[in-house]
Ligand binder design. Sequence first.
Ligand SMILES: Nc1nc2c(c(=O)[nH]1)N[C@H]1C(S)=C(S)[C@@H](COP(=O)(O)OP(=O)(O)OC[C@H]3O[C@@H](n4cnc5c(=O)[nH]c(N)nc54)[C@H](O)[C@@H]3O)O[C@H]1N2
Ligand SMILES: Nc1nc2c(c(=O)[nH]1)N[C@H]1C(S)=C(S)[C@@H](COP(=O)(O)OP(=O)(O)OC[C@H]3O[C@@H](n4cnc5c(=O)[nH]c(N)nc54)[C@H](O)[C@@H]3O)O[C@H]1N2
Ligand code: SF4
Ligand SMILES: [Mo]
Length: 714
Amino acid sequence: MPKTAHVTCPLCEATCGLSVSIDGGTVTDVRGDRDDVFSRGFICPKGVSLGALHADPDRLRAPLVKRDGEFVEVSWDEAFAEIDARLRPIMAEHGNDALAIYAGNPSIHNVSTTLYGPVLYRAIGTKNFYSASTVDQMPKHYTSGYLFGAPLSIPIPDIDNTQYLLMLGANPLVSNGSLMTAPDIRGRLKALRARGGKLVVVDPKRTRTAEAADEHHAIRPGTDALLLFALVNVLFDRDLVTLGMLAEHTAGVAGVRALAEPFTPEAVAPVVGIDADMIRRMAVALATTERAVVYGRVGTTTQEFGTLASWLVDVVNVLTGNLDRPGGAMFPTPAASAPGSSKPFRHGRWRSRVRGLAEVYGELPVATLADEIETPGEGQVKALLTVAGNPCLSTPNSERLDAALGQLDFMVSLDVYLNETTRHADVILPGPTPLERPHYDLAFYQLAVRNVANWTPAALSSDLPQEWQTLLRLLGVVTGQGPSADIAALDDFVAGEFAKRTGVDVAAAASRVGPERLVDLLLRAGPYSLTLADLEAAPHGVDLGPLTPRLPGALKTASGMIELAPEAITADVPRLAARLDDAPNGQFVLIGRRQLASNNSWMHNLETLVRGSNRCTVQVHPDDAAGLGLTGGALAKVSSAAGTVELPVEVTDVLRKGVVSIPHGWGHDADGARMSVAAAHAGANSNVLTDDGPLDAPTGTAVLNGIPVQLTPA
Ligand SMILES: Nc1nc2c(c(=O)[nH]1)N[C@H]1C(S)=C(S)[C@@H](COP(=O)(O)OP(=O)(O)OC[C@H]3O[C@@H](n4cnc5c(=O)[nH]c(N)nc54)[C@H](O)[C@@H]3O)O[C@H]1N2
Ligand SMILES: Nc1nc2c(c(=O)[nH]1)N[C@H]1C(S)=C(S)[C@@H](COP(=O)(O)OP(=O)(O)OC[C@H]3O[C@@H](n4cnc5c(=O)[nH]c(N)nc54)[C@H](O)[C@@H]3O)O[C@H]1N2
Ligand code: SF4
Ligand SMILES: [Mo]
């Protein structure tokens, strides 16, 4: 019997509702679900390809074990026997820190790995925990932690109600939004302009989002913190600071004022490449528009001053009275959230062994993972577990990391492909596809522009264990219970712990197991007292209304105040001040870009997504191309301090002069990978060029934008 399943797409942060037509286990159609309470029918090319992903013959359908250098398919029992036999001795001899973990981006888009991953990671208790966060949003966790007391208290632009949106380093018309869950961004931005609101985009490139904006300012890469500091300077200088309701809950305003003094519009203008009058106008507009908000994303977090830029976004929102008010930057009220720490945030609870880099939010910078593997001595990383991650393409100086993974004594990957990273594994444990697993977007409803909740039951059955079961089985191995631990008992234990932490009686969800039970418990503990049954009865989701003010209740700082100028952040200001003399010197710099039909590194094995315009090229401004002797379509050699790649040139005037752009996630030519379509569209890996040396100082987040490069015809 043909059926239609209503699923929440787990591929990106937009959480679109999709209608999936299924006939006899085959997906015959995927389209936007018009009745979805949040996305109202929106879909993108990746969502359309969920059926192709499910059907991909290269997708792994059985565990693989490497024997004499070749992967062979084995049973789950054999795979776990191998892990038990090889991992346990390493942990026994070298300690748990010798096992590093890398959790990738899809692990947060998957309810099994979101809920059960941390259970395993805590049991391992290694200092060497790494994730995609330190090539992404870690500065935002850090600044939220220090300003508001909790790393997940991230203010989200109230895009549906704002009248002025200043957007830096984000291209949501392509990325579909990040740290701003908002399906159909194009529609929402159109609505903003239709009600007389204004969109201002700051980006070195005239992106699709910039094209759709009222103003675009082509900033010089890496200088957003200077621009934002100048806005702060103007707010004080022109007496435009109006904290309003926030005044009695905010500490550190005088400190910010003093720090902003040197950053006048005139001082920063030659460095950022936006003129002083324009900077003043932006500040005045932010202060005088009734509902205004500043929003910064990947272009502001993965750069040299990621933390300062992220902080200053919040500072401007506070100083203009726009934090926690409709049309400003608001804290969502999710229906369910994983229990967090009750202690105020602090970082540096441990440091990395080789470079002494500080822990932030339980993890170390992935830019130093290769150091920890390569450098001998007490505490050296000998083994690695990857969970839905492809660091060999995603992290800086990836050729070095790729070589380092080859030196490990043992590696296990939970992954759906044999790819650039998992080819180094000794055992690969595959998980079901998005259509074969239940879904609840625990992470992204916490970052959504509207409060919504939507539960997705698995649309198709699977022969593969669910990933929560695989993670619990690994938990059994690392805790010495052997390769066949009692998963049901472990799950009962986990549920009991959740119940304790949330204060809900575990018996309430007694008829369920796995993530269904945990989500049910979290919903019951949540602010709307929903149950999973409520959501099961609403296949198109439950709309819980617009964002509402949450301060001071949401503040978890020790003082109970917004700490606007914490030392852990302001200590980095002198490093920025030193850049005031750093005018452009003719050096070309590389930035990244996202592509509508890509999903970081891992969806290039689907023909429908690698056709047409989804190509890995280096974009160069026409004047620069002429000066460098580069022609469109011909190959260029691009070199940096870290490495060299060759790829076709695309000449386009959308870039700021002196800036070139390469998308990340390509470079699918590794020996031993099993992704035939991707290999035929290999492209070049931009992270061969990014450097693992210079980092955002406070958080160790990688600098992926503003990389000095040289270009020559190849
Ligand atoms: N130069 C440059 N580099 C970047 C960026 C950039 O802008 N520029 N962006 C960075 C950002 S923001 C991010 S988030 C990272 C992403 O970095 P990663 O998370 O390391 O990489 P992904 O490409 O998301 O790869 C995810 C892996 O998960 C697997 N996978 C997919 N779905 C599942 C699943 O359901 N279960 C399991 N077990 N595995 C699954 C895929 O096969 C793939 O191996 O890249 C970063 N790297
Ligand atoms: N189609 C698609 N969607 C995705 C992804 C994908 O790979 N493909 N990845 C997902 C992930 S993991 C994430 S984190 C989000 C990211 O979501 P976004 O942050 O919206 O992603 P980008 O398109 O990379 O936008 C970053 C922008 O920053 C600009 N930029 C670069 N350097 C600077 C700078 O120094 N200053 C300023 N102001 N701008 C700069 C770039 O030109 C680019 O336009 O997207 C998610 N959605
Ligand atoms: S925008 Fe994101 S959530 Fe929506 S269909 Fe595309 S990939 Fe899925
Ligand atoms: Mo990301």
